[in-house]
Design a binder for this molecule. Structure first.
Ligand code: PEP
Ligand code: MG
Length: 592
């Protein structure tokens, strides 16, 4: 371990995406799509590690033979490419070198593979011959395939010690679901914004997290001591003892301040008696146990893709039924909205790659479900079969217009007919559309006439409406939740819902923020689904404001022409009228 005292203390700015303070030592999570740690292997376990690596090589050979044969008749060129890959794993020195690194440096296979493939790539990229340079793609491809197989084997992303600070370029949601089991002290990523799925999960799990820290590998080494401040957004490298003590005190005080008493009474209403329904966004069942204590009335959003533990591991009908049954049992009559898989094509294949230039605009979500209906049908069957006497609903994500709703509903109907023919019991379930794409807002009346309810996905709505990547911290200032276009879109969706007499649930991080909720209520929102850790604050706020006041606020906000003006209006209004209803410090930070 590096001695903290021998290096100067440094404070680096970062984007705070999950509140909390983490103090610990650094561990790097390597890789991009497939992530792994560098681990030391005891000398008596080296042979076992080599065996694990060899079995991964064998698995790769089988895959490549199969792929090469499959393409033999139709596409000779593709078949030849897989043939070249097969040669690399069968005969080249590449595999031997990896084994040598495992043995000599006593490290895990994933790390040894990275070391050797980096060496090959560096050498190949620098040669003058273009043909040889292009060959680097084959090494990259083979390495990715090997890594995929290795990571499919047990013990790759699992941490051994609690209390570490994990640094990664980017973290997949499935990785944080796994990592949280080891109770890390904090997480630092290069990329990621407030509404990135990983940040949302970090908040759900109460893990301090910051992002936007570039090239951290050049600043710190594994084992260095760090403080992550997920409140103000900073990382302190090599902190002095006094700094550690100061932040330890801050962390303890925060725990005490956040310990609010559990609220048993479930209903929430404004001071003038308007009921506001608060539901929870849930990714794992334990979250709802906590949400229930805080007074949540059902699961407003279950992101079912949280069941996909690694790319390509799509749960079977039975596995899904067991997960849905568990959720339905804990939610009881308050019900669960199950959103069908909202993933990109990279999550659906074992190899975890997408060649799409713009995955957020690509073959994903409902588009993927409707173009490869086999897994969509499996999911629908699993939901229908679980429905029985349970209160389950289906939410269709990323709807861009009526056709997708109609097509999805016809598939759902076909599955109902099939189950009836098979004599399998099920109940009809309600079907809702997630409104998060501008074209859906512009055709909201047609959509509203054809669904049982609407969910407003504000995270994506802001992204797609303003053309700002929600995962890119570099454009975080353009991600303006209070942009007039966002407010008008939300208003027209709420209006359409009310005209058709169907509920509209506000989802996304906006719905769980005390800064935005008064405005949303004034616009007509009555149902919210939010992160478990927002529930108490929101209920406290709502119980202290009146509907009439929120209407006044909206009237004034309609005269604001920029996000900055609206933010100024809200801040001023809150400070003047409701200062005590907001957590300390919140009204002095930027929000729009
Ligand atoms: C949203 O887009 O607001 C939403 C609730 O879904 P997700 O964050 O999973 O995209
Ligand atoms: Mg979304």
């Amino acid at each position: 371990m590096h001695q903290a005292a021998s290096k100067p203390e440094r404070h680096l700015p970062a984007l705070a995406v999950s509140r909390g303070i983490g103090i610990g030592t650094v561990i790097f999570l390597h890789g991009h799509k497939r992530q792994f740690f560098r681990r030391s292997i005891d000398s008596n376990l080296i042979d076992t590690e080599i065996e694990k690596f060899r079995s991964a090589v064998e698995e790769c050979k089988d895959q490549l033979k199969e792929l090469s044969n499959r393409h033999n008749d139709q596409n000779q060129l593709v078949s030849e490419i897989f043939g070249v890959h097969l040669l690399i794993v069968q005969e080249s020195s590449f595999i031997k070198k990896i084994e040598t690194v495992i043995r000599d440096r006593q490290v895990n296979s994933e790390w040894a593979l990275k070391v050797v493939s980096d060496q090959y790539l560096e050498r190949q990229i620098s040669v003058a011959d273009q043909h040889l340079r292009e060959k680097s793609i084959d090494i990259e491809d083979v390495s990715d395939r090997l890594l995929s197989v290795l990571i499919g084997l047990p013990a790759s992303v699992r941490l051994t010690d609690p209390g570490l600070i994990i640094i990664a370029r980017e973290l997949r949601p499935s990785a944080i679901m796994e990592l949280k089991k080891s109770s890390p002290a904090a997480i630092i990523t290069e990329r990621g914004g407030w509404t990135s799925h990983t940040s949302i999960l970090a908040r759900e799990f109460g893990l301090p997290m910051v992002s936007g820290v570039r090239k951290f590998g050049q600043i710190v080494s594994e084992g260095d001591r760090l403080i992550v401040d997920g409140f103000s957004g900073q990382v302190i490298v090599n902190p002095k003892i006094e700094t550690i003590e100061l932040f330890q005190r801050l962390a303890d005080e925060t725990v005490i301040r956040d310990e609010l008493p559990a609220i048993t009474n479930n209903s929430t209403a404004t001071t003038d008696g308007t009921s506001i329904f608060i539901r929870a966004n849930v990714d794992i069942p334990e979250t709802y146990e906590r949400a229930k204590l805080f007074g949540a009335e059902g699961i407003g959003l279950f992101r079912s893709e949280s069941l996909i533990s690694s790319p390509g591991s799509i749960p079977s009908e039975e596995e899904q039924m067991s997960a849905y049954r568990q959720l339905a049992a804990i939610a009881g009559s308050a019900g669960v909205n199950i959103r069908t898989f909202d993933v990109g094509i990279d999550q659906m294949s074992e190899r975890g790659f997408s060649s799409e230039r713009n995955p957020s605009l690509g073959l994903r979500s409902i588009r993927l479900s409707l173009s490869d209906t086999a897994y969509f049908c499996t999911q629908i069957r699993a939901i229908l079969r679980t429905s029985g006497d349970q209160n389950l609903s289906i939410v269709l994500p990323m709807i861009s217009g009526l056709s997708e709703v109609l097509l999805s509903k016809s598939i759902i109907k076909e599955e109902c007919d099939r189950l009836s023919e098979e004599g399998i019991q099920f109940s009809e379930v309600k079907v809702g559309a997630m409104i998060e794409v501008p074209s859906a807002v512009l055709t909201i009346n047609e959509i509203a006439q054809n669904v049982d309810f609407l969910c407003l996905g504000t995270n994506d709505l802001v992204q797609y409406l303003l053309a700002v990547d929600r995962d890119n911290d570099l454009v975080a200032n353009w991600y303006q939740t209070l942009h007039p276009a966002v407010i008008r879109s939300i208003s027209s969706v709420l209006e359409a819902g009310s005209e058709r007499g169907i509920p509209v649930t506000l989802c996304g991080e906006m719905a769980g923020s005390v800064f935005y909720v008064p405005l949303l209520i004034g616009l007509g929102a009555r149902e919210f689904s939010m992160n478990v850790n927002s529930i108490q604050q929101i209920r406290h706020l709502v119980s202290g404001i009146s509907l009439a006041e929120t209407h006044d606020l909206v009237k004034m906000a309609r005269n604001c022409h920029t996000a900055e003006d609206t933010e100024y209006l809200l801040r001023t209004y809150y400070l003047k009228n409701w200062k005590d209803l907001f957590p300390p410090g919140l009204l002095s930070t930027k929000h729009s």
